[in-house]
Each structure stands twice: as C-alpha cells, then as structure tokens.
Design a protein around this ligand. Structure first.
Ligand SMILES: *Cc1c(COP(=O)(O)O)cnc(C)c1O
Length: 432
C-alpha cells in the first residue's frame, strides 16, 4: 500500500517512510492512496474473532506488504494487549471504553502500535531518532509510555504549563530514561506551532532525525480504526442503525472511524462532539473554516483551535456539504458537560469522564434532532474518569477510586524543563 500527501504535491511513499517522516514533504498529512473494502467473509465471521484478530485483519490491509505476517501479529498482540469493552447504558445507548490501556486513555492504542512498528522499521537503520510531541495531556503520556525504553528512540514532550491536570502532568514527567518533558509557558497551540517550526528548521533536521507521534502520524491513526470494528461486533443487534459519537479535538479518532467506514463498516452517521472549541461544527454549518486560539475547558484534551486532521477529512470528502452528510457536529459548554456527567450517572449509575460526557450530550442532541427511536448509539469514552477526579467528584459528590498504576505514578517526583513559547529555546535543547 502506498501513502500520499493530503496536499497532493509530493510523491507516494511506503508506510515505513510515512511513519518515519510524520509529515509529507509538501507539508500535508499522509493518507492511504486507496482504502480497500474488507471481505464479506470478514463481516460474516467476525463474531468468532478476538479483538487482536480483528485488529490484525485491518492492519494487514495497510501493512501486509511491508511487515511479515508473523511479525505484524506479534506487534498487534503486544500493542493491543488490553480490551475495549462495549458497556450497555440502555437499549439504544452504549459506551465503548477505550481507557483500559496503561495510561487510561484511548491514545494508548495509537502510541503503542506506533512505537512497535517504528521500532521494527528502525531495526533496519542505525541512527537514533528523536520523537517530538506536543501534548494537551493524554498524547504525551501515551507516547511516553509507548516508547519508554525502546532502543534507538528518544522522546521530547512539549506540554502547556498549568493547562494539564496534575495526574496528566505526573504521567508526563515521571518516566525518565529516554523520555524528556518540556513545560512550555504558553498554550497547546503554541506547543503544536513550535513542533511544526522545529520540523521546518533545516538546521535541526540536518543534525537530528526528527519524527512526530502526534495524531498526525499515520501510524497513530490506523490502529484507532480497530476498535470501531470491535465495537460493531460486540453489538447484540447489528441490524439497527449505527451511530458513533466521538469526543474530538484534533479529529484523529474521528478520522480513524471514517477509515473504518470506508473499509465497509456500516456506519449510518458519525458525530463530532466538541467542547466550546467549536471551529469544526461552525465549519460544517457555515462552510467557512476559521482557526482560533484554543480556549481552556474541563475536557482539556479537546482544547484545540486548529484541528490537524481536518486536512484528512477534507481529503476524504471534499467540501463541507459532503462532510456534513456523513458527520453531524455540535459543541457544549463546561456547564452542559457537568450536567451530562450528572444525567448519565442518575440514569444508569455510570461514571463518565468530561470528554466522554461531551460525546454523550452530542449523541442525545443528534437523537432529539432526528427523532430516531431505535438505534445503536455508541459513545467513545476516551479516558478513565479517575484521570479527572476533581471535576467528576465535585460534579457527582462521589469518590472515585484511583486505579493502581495511577496511584504509583502520583508518588513519583516530577522532572521537567521550563521553556518559553519561542522555538529558539526548543532548538537549543534539541541540538545540545
Ligand atoms: C486526545 C483526546 C481526545 C481528542 O481526540 P482527537 O483524536 O484529537 O480528536 C478526546 N478525549 C481524550 C481523553 C483525549 O485524550
């Protein structure tokens, strides 16, 4: 399978080149040149397959010609070594729990898969690579965890000072080893801009091999399509119309769902749920895209004012009218989000985190607008509620138990270097 740039101005590359480069030479994002449909057999026999087998079938389509099947199987078994259970809220609404990995957020899927595929390709080369990542919280910890102790790869994380939760910061700054954390005096958008500037800096790229692990890297994106299939196969009644509500920031998770759909998954509608960082719903409504500075919210991993994967969605579907045929989008304030957490808890005693709550609200909004009576509405729960104890406990008045690996991480000492939001400082550190 070959990969092209969303800007269509640079040549086709292999998966290996795409993962190691991160961004195409023309500044675009990599996409598969074609998205083949999975066979009818796959869909007919799916109930007998494990999550790992489903994942392997999907991954083989894109990587089968570059990674031998036994190795690819091993990579998947090792990367996807936890489940994504579908929890039933009522007859129509389900929650897909994507937080059973080591850092308790869905980004573990992409980061663990990427670390292992990259390590496979790097075994064939002998220079060290530096992965540069801007994080609004969960990306960094998932990437740090995924790449921790992987030979020949260093990870440099940039996160916005005081704009991530204490737990997120502990997860980012306590691993040590091949992982370094930079605490940037600025916003997440500043961090993303600095990473882009570093990639565009000829002096930096001539001296070190830079790669990205943000959701722009195709190796992060593809494995996120696995659980859309697995969710479908966990449904009791697959005949009802299938709707996925995806709490969105950079729209990587949603784009992975679109890829699953293009591979034949019978999805009726996707819902892009955002917090008040609403450039995407505004884009669908007005046809005009205006990047904005991000605004801080209680669903902070979705505080993105210029979503990077929009380029991929436009690449797939073209204009906003065609995008809106496939994707419904709406946005919610923090007050509404807290009400969503309360509402779900009082209805079903399910504790959802603030990101998932935005997804839940968006699904309800879509249902009330369309008047659907019977459907499979799946809300992607992107993080464990224990990662946001202050908000969830205050909203519900209940105590959440911290999972063991969170507890131990909270006891470790933070190690981070504070820098300004000027790329010059980042450059000095990278070249030192
Ligand atoms: C990253 C993240 C999101 C947003 O995902 P995108 O792929 O960037 O749209 C949502 N929820 C949580 C908990 C996250 O960590």
């Amino acid at each position: 399978m070959k990969f092209c740039s969303t800007n269509k101005k640079s040549g086709l590359v292999s998966f290996k080149e795409a993962i190691l480069k991160g961004i195409a030479d023309d500044g675009g994002l990599f996409m598969p040149t074609e998205i083949p449909k999975l066979s009818k057999d796959f869909f007919n026999n799916i109930s007998s397959l494990s999550f790992q087998e489903i994942s392997y079938t999907v991954a083989r389509v894109f990587l089968g010609d570059e990674i031998p099947s036994q190795t690819l199987k091993q990579i998947i078994d090792d990367a996807i070594n936890f489940e994504a259970p579908l929890v039933e809220i009522d007859e129509n609404i389900k929650v897909l729990e994507l937080f059973h990995g080591p850092t308790l957020a869905f980004k573990d899927f992409g980061a663990r898969f990427m670390a292992r595929t990259m390590s496979y390709f790097r075994e064939q080369s002998n220079h060290e690579a530096t992965i540069l990542v801007a994080t609004s919280g969960d990306t960094g910890s998932a990437v740090a965890n995924g790449f921790f102790n992987i030979e020949g790869i260093k990870v440099v994380l940039l996160y916005p000072s005081e704009k991530v939760s204490r737990i997120q910061e502990q997860q980012l700054t306590t691993l040590g080893g091949n992982i370094s954390a930079l605490e940037v005096e600025g916003t997440f958008d500043d961090c993303q801009r600095m990473v882009k500037e570093a990639f565009a800096d000829k002096e930096i790229t001539s001296k070190i091999t830079l790669s990205s692990a943000n959701s722009i890297n195709i190796a992060r994106l593809l494995p996120q399509s696995f659980y859309y299939f697995s969710a479908y196969f966990q449904l009791k009644d697959r005949s009802k119309s299938l709707i996925f509500s995806v709490p969105s920031g950079n729209f990587g998770n949603l784009t992975a769902g679109l890829i699953a759909y293009e591979m034949g998954l019978p999805v009726e509608r996707f819902i892009a749920a955002t917090n008040i960082n609403d450039v995407f719903p505004v884009f669908l409504k007005t046809g005009i895209f205006n990047a904005k500075a991000s605004i801080q919210t209680i669903s902070n991993a979705m505080d993105v004012g210029n979503p990077s994967n929009l380029a991929r969605i436009i690449f797939l579907y073209g204009n906003p009218q065609s995008i809106a045929e496939k994707i419904f989008s709406c946005s919610f304030s923090d007050a509404e989000t807290k009400n969503g957490i309360k509402d779900l808890y009082s209805k079903s005693a399910y504790i959802i985190d603030p990101h998932g709550a935005v997804g839940y609200l968006a699904l309800k909004d879509y249902i009330s607008q369309t008047g659907l009576k019977s459907y499979n509405g799946i809300v992607l729960e992107t993080a464990h509620p224990a990662k946001f104890p202050d908000i969830v406990e205050e909203t519900l008045g209940v105590k959440i138990n911290l999972p063991e690996n969170l507890k131990s991480c909270l006891e470790k000492g933070k190690v981070a270097v504070k820098i300004s939001n000027d790329v010059k400082e980042l450059k000095k550190i990278l070249l030192s």
